[in-house]
Design a protein around this ligand. Structure first.
Ligand SMILES: Nc1ncnc2c1ncn2[C@@H]1O[C@H](COP(=O)(O)OP(=O)(O)OP(=O)(O)O)[C@@H](O)[C@H]1O
Length: 277
């Protein structure tokens, strides 16, 4: 196995994702990125990271480690205290579906907002814009919700609609904050399948998750946020290991290979009794 790459202020060349093309300009270039809220401790510091415009990059880290903050800095919604974020191409941001925003819209109108970049001020969305929005809703399996009030949806339904809105923007990189956290098992599979499909079609995917098994399934690269000055980046096969996960979450994590109808499949399980400080 190759050595995992470290994103901390690379002394020489910046880290480039291993699974993406190294010649194509990255969709995101973070340099020396650091953030803390007020006088609280740093959440992360000195992060150098290139995210490719193709492939999947997942971010793992315990609760409160700063994953959402990092995504908000990347999306331009939070100004970092230190460092820079260079974006190349449009970014679609899918927040966690837990907030209470301006929910007086229908689902279709929410999704249509993803076309804002393509619609001139004071103009109405075109028939083509509406078609793109309809296709995005169909793609996430939520076409039947088009006329519903967004504010009356369940958390999982909102999550699907917010993903459809990002797809409607036809972004180069889609960034998702815990995209399956409110979804049932089937819809988790729908969204994970969609993310793999998007990556295969050439859209970059960057997401946070609390599911290392999903990261194994998605493949590509992973960013492991262990500590403010220990943010590692490398191939999933190098970093999603029993030892790394056990240290990351402070609980024993083991893997086993099972026979899944003739295909070997690695499954992770937690040793509930094995917690560490
Ligand atoms: N606007 C804010 N002002 C002050 N502190 C904040 C703000 N937003 C987040 N924090 C704090 O920053 C820390 C990191 O939060 P963040 O949501 O980025 O972590 P996370 O890794 O995404 O957590 P989780 O996995 O629980 O969603 C937390 O302690 C949180 O309370």
């Amino acid at each position: 196995m190759s050595e995992a790459l470290v994103t901390r202020r690379a002394p020489t060349a910046p880290v480039t994702a291993s699974s993406g093309s190294t010649t194509e300009e990255p969709a995101l270039r973070l340099r020396g990125l650091g953030h803390r809220y007020g006088s609280k401790d740093w959440l992360f510091r000195g992060v150098d990271l290139d995210v490719p415009a193709r492939g999947i990059t997942s971010i793992l880290g315990p609760n409160g480690q700063g994953k959402s903050t990092l995504l908000r800095c990347i999306a331009g919604l939070q100004k970092p205290i230190e460092g820079t974020v260079e974006r190349s191409g449009r970014i679609g941001y899918v927040p966690q579906a837990t907030g209470t925003g301006a929910f007086a819209y229908t689902v279709f109108d929410m999704v249509l907002m993803g076309r804002a970049h393509a619609v001139s001020p004071f103009a109405s969305p075109s028939r083509a814009d509406r078609g793109i929005a309809t296709a995005a809703l169909e793609r996430v399996g939520a076409a039947d919700l088009a006329d519903a009030a967004f504010g009356e949806l369940s958390g999982g339904q909102r999550q699907l609609v917010l993903i459809a809105r990002a797809l409607t923007s036809e972004c180069r990189l889609i960034i998702l904050d815990e995209p399956v956290s409110a979804l049932d098992l089937r819809n988790q599979a729908v969204v994970l399948g969609l993310l793999r499909q998007l990556a295969a079609e050439g859209t970059g995917v960057l997401l946070t998750t609390h599911h290392p098994d999903h990261v194994l399934h998605l493949g590509g690269d992973v960013v492991v946020m262990q500590a403010p000055d220990d943010v590692r980046h490398g191939p999933v096969s190098d970093l999603v290991t029993n030892d790394v996960l056990t240290a990351l979450y402070g609980i024993g994590v083991r893997s086993a290979v099972v026979d899944d109808a003739g295909t070997p499949r690695t499954v992770l399980f937690t040793r509930w009794e094995e917690t560490t400080a």
